[in-house]
Design a protein around this ligand. Structure first.
Ligand SMILES: C[S@@+](CC[C@H](N)C(=O)[O-])C[C@H]1O[C@@H](n2cnc3c(N)ncnc32)[C@H](O)[C@@H]1O
Length: 214
């Protein structure tokens, strides 16, 4: 039984084959644009070894692969079997792009291994008590000069944008409302991340966070 948020994972299991198309329609193409921006902030280079945490359909992992080239390696991890199946079917032909079915709230085997970790719209999906642990594991899995990008809703959002975010979560993500009590930047600092920078998108409703191991 996965530790993850079971009800939400069931939704992802069902949505996987249509996920990218559906989100593209609902956001008028802005979902993909946001992900592309986040990949650019990570700035993967030729030969890098990158992890896409909660990789979904593998779309961002495939873009990252283009940047790291044949000398690099990209690993996607996701708990939903159908997300992994879709990702493998669409992008699994390159030997240096692998997708692993894994609950990221459980211990990983990686230490000092990745040049970069990318994660999009995943941190808010993880049960509150596991967010710190997942960031700690990410920190350990990075090489000394490694960096992490978190592209997600902005838990620190304020004003009218906060009302919009809360309304959206009340309608579609009720179980994840605690994300707005999550002090992401303080948690990143506590874990040891340095040079934390946030880029505010869509009137502050979304944000891209870049954090360095050193
Ligand atoms: C909102 S989707 C985002 C997918 C992808 N990163 C994107 O931006 O298109 C969240 C993903 O997190 C995965 N997920 C949720 N909890 C997880 C866990 N505990 N371990 C691994 N993956 C998880 C879900 O299966 C789903 O694919």
């Amino acid at each position: 039984m996965p530790i993850g948020n079971g009800h939400r994972i069931d939704i992802f299991e069902k949505l996987a084959p249509h996920y990218d198309l559906l989100l593209g329609i609902l956001t008028l193409g802005n979902y993909a644009k946001f992900l592309r921006k986040a990949v650019k902030v990570l700035g993967p280079k030729k030969g890098d070894n990158i992890l896409d945490l909660c990789s979904g359909t593998g779309r961002a992992a495939a873009w990252i692969l283009q940047a790291v080239g044949e000398e690099g390696e990209v690993t996607g991890m996701d708990i939903a079997q159908s997300m992994i199946d879709v990702a493998k079917k669409r992008y699994g032909k390159s030997g240096n792009l692998i997708f692993l079915k894994k609950d990221v709230t459980r211990p990983w085997e990686y230490q000092n291994h990745f040049d970069g970790i990318f994660t999009s719209f995943a941190l808010h999906e993880l049960p509150e008590k596991y967010r710190l642990g997942v960031l700690e594991q990410s920190y350990s899995a990075l090489k000394e000069k490694g960096k992490m990008v978190i592209a997600d809703f902005n838990p620190h959002v304020s004003g009218m944008a906060r009302l919009i975010s809360l309304l959206f979560f009340k309608l579609f993500e009720r179980g994840n409302l605690n994300f707005f009590d999550f002090d992401q930047n303080e948690t990143l600092k506590k874990v040891g991340f340095k040079k934390i920078k946030t880029f505010s998108i869509s009137a502050g409703i979304l944000q891209i966070t870049l954090a360095h191991k050193n």
